[in-house]
Design a protein around this ligand. Structure first.
Ligand SMILES: *Cc1c(COP(=O)(O)O)cnc(C)c1O
Length: 431
């Protein structure tokens, strides 16, 4: 399939080239030229397929021509070797747990899929590829883990100093090999800006083949549709209308869910739940998209002031706000309200939500006030232990630390500190 730039539809390229470049030459995000629905029979009998078979059917059309079927099956098998259970929280809602992978956040799926694709493509590339990625927390660990040891690929992860959790920092600074952590004196927005500037810097691009592993890269973004389908498989037999509430930052995850809907998956509605960074809820209300500097919150992976994937959502709904409103609600919640929800759910049910999942829970609650007969699924996007301080402070106990996390606790942190773009540039040009 071909992918085109959202800035200029005449700029088109293959899946392979779009993955290697990350972003179009005119800096537009790549978007599939079409989304062919899967047959109704597939959705009617989805419970007969394994997760890996579902993933294969869902992504096949997008990679066709660039990845042979046998390799695609291997890539999917390498990506999906853990579970995606739905835990019932209340009668009409459940938490879709996306944190059973190696770094315990949903980003493992996209990061592993992309690392496998790039590993396959780079076999035929003469030059090494450098992956440059900015993280507000979880992307770093997932990318570091997914790309560790992939030949022909070097990874630089930029993260804001002091603004990620201790566990998140360890996950991205302790692996070594082809993974390097760059600690930026600044915010996540500064990291993201530096990455974008590097992509535009011809002195760098003349020497290095750069790509991105943020959700702007289609190989990270698209596979995120898989677990929406796995969720559908689990709740289909209830025969209820399904609503997904997605705690959103850059809006890649929810946008991938919308692609699953375009493939024909029955979904009544999506809810984009945000923290105080409320550019999208405001847009949905007023129709004006106004980026803001990001505000720090307890759900730090969603502290995004200008969500990069929102342009893709607009394109999915033909830039028609009324049409979008028929499919999407968006609500913003303060840290205070989020903590109260964590406490309430814990005391009523014994279930520990992480602060991101709690924002998703709140969005679903808000929607179900007026749509009580739906079945709601909120995405638990990370394991609560990744936000240990917040969970301890809010719930008054420490969740048990799972083995994946224990592994990194004792390891030594290694990072390269920078405070300006020039620092990044000279580092890139020397290494
Ligand atoms: C990245 C992340 C999000 C936000 O996902 P987007 O695709 O950027 O909207 C939400 N929760 C957690 C735990 C994350 O790591």
């Amino acid at each position: 399939m071909k992918f085109y730039s959202l800035n200029d539809q005449s700029i088109q390229t293959s899946f392979r080239n779009a993955v290697i470049a990350g972003i179009a030459p005119d800096k537009g995000l790549y978007f599939p030229e079409r989304i062919n629905p899967l047959p109704n029979t597939f959705f009617n009998s989805i419970e007969e397929f394994s997760d890996q078979e579902i993933a294969f059917k869902a992504i096949h059309q997008f990679v066709e021509g660039d990845i042979p079927d046998s390799i695609l099956k291997e890539i999917i098998a390498n990506t999906l070797d853990f579970d995606f259970p739905i835990i019932e929280i209340e009668d009409n809602m459940g938490a879709l747990e996306l944190f059973h992978g190696p770094t315990m956040a949903f980003k493992d799926v996209g990061a592993r899929f992309m690392a496998n694709c790039l590993g396959y493509f780079s076999k035929e590339e003469k030059e090494e590829v450098t992956v440059l990625v900015a993280t507000s927390g979880d992307t770093g660990g997932a990318v570091a883990n997914g790309f560790l040891g992939v030949e022909g690929v070097n990874v630089l992860i930029l993260y804001p100093s002091g603004k990620v959790s201790d566990i998140q920092e360890r996950q991205l600074t302790t692996l070594g090999k082809n993974i390097e952590a760059i600690e930026v004196e600044g915010t996540f927005d500064d990291c993201q800006r530096m990455v974008k500037t590097a992509f535009l810097d011809t002195e760098i691009t003349a020497q290095k083949k750069l790509t991105s592993a943020n959700s702007i890269n289609i190989a990270r973004w698209l596979p995120q549709m898989f677990y929406f389908l796995f969720a559908y498989k689990q709740v289909k037999s209830m025969g209820r209308e399904i609503v997904f509430s997605v705690p959103s930052g850059n809006f890649g995850n929810i946008c991938a869910g919308m692609v699953a809907q375009k493939l024909g998956m029955p979904v009544k509605h999506f809810v984009a739940s945000t923290n105080a960074n409320d550019v999208v809820p405001k847009f949905m209300e007023k129709g004006i998209y106004k980026p803001q500097p990001s505000t720090a919150t307890i759900s730090n992976a969603m502290d995004v002031g200008d969500p990069s994937n929102f342009v893709r959502i607009r394109r999915l709904y033909q830039d028609d706000l009324d049409l979008l409103r028929e499919n999407l609600f968006s609500y913003s919640f303060t840290d205070d309200v989020t903590k109260k929800a964590m406490k309430k759910v814990y005391s009523k049910t014994g279930y520990t939500m992480d602060p991101h999942g709690a924002v998703g829970y709140l969005g679903l609650k808000e929607y179900q006030k007026s749509h009580p007969y739906t079945y709601g699924i909120f995405l638990e996007t990370a394991h609560p232990v990744k936000f240990l301080d917040v969970v301890e402070e809010t719930l008054g106990f420490s969740p048990e630390i799972p083995p994946q996390i224990q592994k990194v606790m004792g390891k030594e942190k290694k990072s390269y500190k920078i405070s300006t773009y020039e620092g990044l540039k000279s580092h890139l040009l020397v290494h």
